[in-house]
Design a protein around this ligand. Sequence first.
Ligand code: AMP
Length: 407
Amino acid sequence: MNVLVINAGSSSLKYQLYEMNTEQVLATGRVERIGMESSILTHEVEGRAEVREVSEILEHTTAIRKVLDMLTHRQFGVLNAISEVQAVGHRVVHGGETFSESVLVDANVKLEIRKLFDLAPLHNPAHMMGIAAVEMNLPDVPQAVVFDTAFHQTMPKTSYLYAIPTVLYRKHQVRRYGFHGTSHDYVSQRAAEYLGRPLRDLKLVSCHIGNGASCTAILHGRSYDTSMGLTPLEGLMMGTRSGDLDPAIVPYTMNKEDLTLNEVNSMLNKHSGLMAVSGISSDMREVVQAMEAGNEQAKLAFEMYAYRIRKYIGAYAAAMDGLDAVLFTAGVGENSDVLRKRVCEGLTFFGLELDHGRNAVRSKDVRRITTDASKVAALVVPTNEELLIARDTYRLARGQGGELRHE
Ligand code: AMP
C-alpha cells in the first residue's frame, strides 16, 4: 500500500510518499508560498536530481493537485496513476482532549478538529485545508489524522492541571496538552528496540530539541509529564520562544512598555529564546559558532538553553523515581554534540557518564553516547514523525478494508 503523508501549514505543505510493505520513502517534497505570487514546488526522489517548479498556487486544493501531478509525472514521478495513492495521513497539531489516538477522517472528526481551532489557531485551520484539499482530489481514498497531542493524553491530572481556578479547565479546557507527541512516541519505541528491553519496563526522558523543543517523561511507554503546555510556548528555552517564565511578566511588560496583548504574545513566541539572549540567531549552529569565537552573549544563551534541559531531565527523573535513559532527538538534539555534552556534564550524579568519543560521532542511526559502564544511558535517536504517521495511517486504512479496495 502507498501512503501519502501530508503536513499542511497555512502557506506551505510538505509531503512524503511511502510504500508500506518495505516502509520505503518513494518521494518527498514541499509546496511553499501557497497563496503568494510565485509558489514553489520542490520534489525529491532518492538518487535523482531535485525538481523545482515555480507556478501560481492560490490554495491548498491546487497544491495537492500539483503534488499528485508530480508523483505521476512521466519523467519525475514515481507512480503510474493517482489511484496508486491508497491512503493519506495528516499531521494535526492539536487534538485537545478529544483525540488520544490517530483516527480515520469522517464528518464527526472534522467537526471535532474545527472545535479545536481556538486552541491551535495557527495550525489546525491549515490542517483542515489540507484534509479538504485531499478530499477534493482523492474523494475515495481513506484519510487518517495523527495528533501531536495524542501521545500525552495518558498524563495524570497532577501533570496536566494548572493550579488556577478549575472553572477555566471545565469551561475552556485550560490544561497542559503537550506537543511533539508523535516524535516522543517514535523515539521511545526506537530506544526500547535499541536497548533490547520492553518499553513497559523503562523510565525515559525524551528531549526533542529542534526549533521548537520539549522534554517528556515517558514512564513504562506512556507520557507521564511534558514541558509544553496549553500551547507550545511553555517549558524549554527555544529558538525564538521564551519557554517558562513568571506569568506576571506579561502584565508588567505590557504596562512598562505600553504593549498590547498581541505584541507581548508575539514577543514571547517570535522574539525571545536563543534569538533574544544571543542577539545573533535562533539557529543553534550560529550561536555555537559565535560562542566559540568568544561572543559572551552567545555563550550565555547556550548555557541557559542547556541548563533548562538539564533541569527538566532532573525533575522528570524525580517525577518517575528513576531513569534508564535520556534520549536526544530533532535538529539540535541529533546534531549538536556540544549541546549534548553540556547537558550531560551536569548529570554525573545520576550515574550518567558521557563517552566523548561516541558523542562526537555523526550518524543517522540510533546510538549510545554514554560509556558501557554508565548506569543511565544517553542515546541519540533520529526522529521520524512521518514514518509514524504513515504507519498509523496504514494500520487504520487496512482496518477499514483499504487494502482490499485499493490493492
Ligand atoms: P528542527 O526543528 O528539528 O528541524 O531543528 C532545526 C534546528 O536544528 C535549527 O534551527 C538549528 O538550530 C538546529 N541544527 C541543525 N543542525 C545543527 C547542527 N549541526 N548543530 C547545531 N544545531 C543544529
